[in-house]
Design a protein around this ligand. Structure first.
Ligand code: 3HC
Ligand code: NAI
Length: 691
């Protein structure tokens, strides 16, 4: 018995209860008493069956991630599962909440698994750059089949109790008091008598494996892994479960786990796991939250429509306001179509679509926003238009309503100062497409009230977003750093690199696409208009726009997209244009290597991040990583720009920034004081403290 593991008896059935809040992770202080309890119950003749259950909101949600990277303290999970699996009395895992990772592996060590109807089961280790290291890759395929196990383990996505039941992963699904059901289930099994096969001895799932189909699917998954080692190791381990004797498969799984857990990719992904949770923590635990029951959205264009969908999908009634009945109809029709696509894809039921659409109320009358608790504007990106909208809101919104702008660049302080209640104003910067992208930059203006801020951070988590609180500056964290990343793009082209070469350097790095592909996808006209408004130029991109090449939507941009294809094909005319413009400027073409492309794009990105930290626009370096991974596709296996800087070597980055600054005189290369300090201390935070 310990504070974390207790044993009670219900007749001859023993109930081992794990209680390690918040998620019952298998920390050393759980494993040790759990092992003792299992050994004692194994040897106790009066006990005829054993139930493993958990207190609190969930079954075991996995190994304790904070212990990774430190020396393993015995007993480890594998030793516990080995003891559990060798017990000859029936053992039953009673699963409520989530059985994830090591939690599901513990359950797989039992003869039987029963689940609450709302439970979710999965092996999400791949999301931490790992594979299941407690025998999951060897045991799961034996129950659900190799192909299903492959999909579950490589995707890391959990499945619901009913699906788990249908697949053979759980033996029964119950509603109501699960422990009572588990005890009755165990007692009945014990009464009928054994023998009970441990999962390791069951081959039901493996018998009919189509190896050719399996290998084809595994190869496809490996291609999509984009340089990540874990998905490939996961597929290999499941393959071993089919091809090797059980103990050999287990040993191979262990070897792969050890390799991954010590590697940079898993370190990066574990960093991101905690970084996302840290980012949502802001001072104000004891502040009363504002009530949010109805949400208003102004503007039903690209962003407003998506934002309205996010809230409706989260269950909130939404009042959507447009300038005219026509624009409103158009916006609502797009929303209906988008939900329709989800239905066609099978990710949403017809009934859920109907329910969500039922949450919308369209209007052209500002007075209809009077009952909204949060109002988000997503109108044109012009200060005068924004101020006009906020002025109207000031007149109609109820006292205490939170008034948010989705501006990409504009000064939220200026917007706030233009009305009588600046304390209620903040930025909610969603990313496009708003109903898909996880990131939400929450912009804290000078006068934003703390209770408004904590309210929206919590709301963001509730609707499935990853919130990061940022300060006011042009472009906030993400777009400001994006500008620094792209500052050298044109110079690189003029000096001899091609768009495909630069994009290739990015995809080889692990980005889903390079900057020119991204520009073509988003529409080159957006940047063009923005540059014109700011009196800036970019000779190649501007010329393309002047000639009507806006990217995918016009069939040509930096690349060609023939017959509506989305696959970029190198455009010889663009390459000729680049050479012409270079010649006009007397710039000689030279061979530009991948290292130089990285140094001139990603080093300025890190440098800008350092400036942002120094100015306290972001509270932590890890917040910047969360922004870049969730909003811009920075490769997860590199942990975000600030984490990656540590892997790359901050000394090296500073030296090369100095080099390029000396050579070009451009400000993006001038090392921020903080990045120099970081090179000395090895920590962004300790560097920031001395600022
Ligand atoms: N280890 C250590 N801490 C964990 C943890 C874990 N496995 N899972 C969650 N936590 C912590 C979080 O860091 C957070 O701490 P904080 O309050 O100090 O920020 C707290 O528990 C609550 O977590 P969430 O905010 O994420 O709570 P939610 O209710 O939103 O989500 C959850 C619960 C779905 C269980 C989610 O926490 C989760 O997905 N956890 C990770 C699950 C996982 O990856 N398991 C596999 C671990 S690796 C493994 O098992 C290896 C094995 O094969 C050997
Ligand atoms: P959009 O042009 O697609 O939509 C704007 C909508 O606002 C139009 O439907 C228009 O009719 C409506 N509108 C204009 N003035 C209005 C008013 N006074 N009252 C009510 N409705 C009004 O523009 P988009 O792309 O949706 O951008 C909106 C805002 O979101 C901008 O501030 C933009 O900077 C920001 N943003 C855009 C992103 C993008 O990728 N498009 C990403 C993140 C933020």
């Amino acid at each position: 018995m310990s504070d974390f593991v207790s044993v009670t008896n219900d007749g001859n059935v023993a109930i081992v209860s794990i209680d390690n809040p918040p998620v019952n992770a298998l920390s050393f202080h759980v494993r040790e008493p759990l092992m003792h309890a299992l050994v004692a119950l194994r040897d106790e003749p009066s006990v005829t069956a054993i139930v493993i259950a958990c207190a609190g909101r969930t079954f075991v949600a996995g190994a304790d991630i904070t212990e990774f990277g430190k020396p393993v303290q015995q007993p480890d999970l594998r030793a516990i599962v080995a003891v559990l699996e060798a017990i000859t009395k029936p053992t039953v895992a009673a699963i409520h909440g989530t059985a994830l990772g090591g939690g599901l592996e513990l359950a797989l060590g039992c003869h039987f698994r029963i689940a609450d109807a709302g439970a979710k089961l999965g092996l999400p280790e791949v999301k931490l750059g790992l594979l299941p290291g407690g025998g999951g890759t060897a045991r799961l395929p034996r129950l659900v089949g190799a192909v299903k196990a492959l999909r579950m383990i490589v995707s890391g996505s959990p499945i619901g109790a009913d699906e788990a039941h249908a697949a053979g992963l759980v033996d029964a699904v119950f509603e109501g008091d699960l422990t009572t059901h588990a005890v009755n289930f165990a007692r009945e099994i014990a009464r009928k008598g054994g023998p009970f096969s441990p999962v390791r001895d069951r081959n039901d799932g493996l018998r009919e494996t189509d190896l050719v189909g399996f290998d084809a699917e595994a190869a496809d998954l490996a291609r999509k892994a984009r340089g990540l080692e874990a998905p490939i190791a996961c597929a290999q381990a499941v393959r071993n479960a089919i091809a090797l004797p059980f103990d050999e498969a287990l040993a191979a799984e262990r070897a792969l786990f050890l390799k991954l857990v010590g590697g940079d990719q898993s370190r990066a992904q574990r960093h991101l796991f905690f970084a996302e949770r840290e980012a949502a923590k802001i001072p104000g635990k004891d502040i009363a939250r504002r009530k949010i029951a109805r949400i208003g959205v102004i503007g039903a264009g690209t962003m407003g429509g998506g934002i309205a969908m996010v809230f409706a999908s989260g269950g909130y009634p939404v009042t959507l306001l447009e300038t005219s009945g026509e624009a409103l109809e158009r916006g609502l029709a797009t929303i209906g179509r988008n939900y329709g696509v989800s239905v066609a894809r099978g990710s949403l039921s017809e009934e859920a679509k109907r329910q969500r659409l039922g949450l919308f109320k369209g209007t052209t009358d500002y007075g209809d926003l009077a009952d909204c608790d949060l109002i988000v504007e997503a109108v044109f990106e012009e200060m005068a238009v924004k101020k006009d909208v906020f002025g109207r809101l000031d007149a109609v919104a109820r006292p205490g309503a939170i008034l948010a702008t989705n501006t990409s660049y504009l000064d939220v302080n200026e917007i706030a100062a233009s009305i009588s209640r600046p304390q209620d104003v903040l930025g909610l910067h969603f990313f496009s497409p708003a109903n898909v992208m996880k990131l939400l930059e929450i912009v804290r203006a000078e006068k934003t009230a703390p209770d408004a801020l904590v309210t929206v951070v919590e709301l963001a988590r509730r609707i499935g977003k990853v919130p990061v609180v940022v300060g006011v500056c042009h472009g906030f964290v993400g777009n400001r750093m994006l500008a620094a990343r792209g500052a050298e793009s044109e110079a690189l082209l003029l000096e001899g690199a091609t768009p495909s070469q630069i994009d290739r350097a990015f995809t080889d790095f692990g980005w889903p696409m390079g900057p020119f592909q991204m520009g073509d996808l988003a529409g080159l006209d957006i940047g063009w208009r923005n540059r014109k408004a700011r009196g800036q130029t970019a000779v190649i991109a501007d010329t393309l726009c002047e000639q009507g090449h806006f990217g995918q939507k016009t069939g040509s941009g930096f690349y060609l997209y023939e017959n509506g294809s989305r696959i970029p094909v190198a455009n010889p005319e663009v390459e000729a244009l680049i050479r012409d413009k270079a010649t006009e400027r007397g710039i000689a073409s030279r061979v530009i290597g991948t290292d130089e492309i990285i140094e001139r794009t990603l080093y300025p990105l890190v440098n800008e991040g350092a400036k942002i930290l120094e100015e306290k626009i972001a509270a932590r370096a890890s917040d910047i990583d969360v922004v870049w991974v969730n909003g811009y596709g920075f490769p997860v296996g590199k942990g975000g720009p600030m984490f990656w800087a540590g892997l790359e070597g901050v000394d090296k980055i500073v030296a090369r920034l100095d080099h390029w600054h000396e050579r070009t005189g451009r400000q993006v290369f001038k090392p921020a004081p903080l990045i120099r300090r970081m090179a000395g201390t090895g920590s962004w935070e300790s560097g920031a403290e001395t600022a």
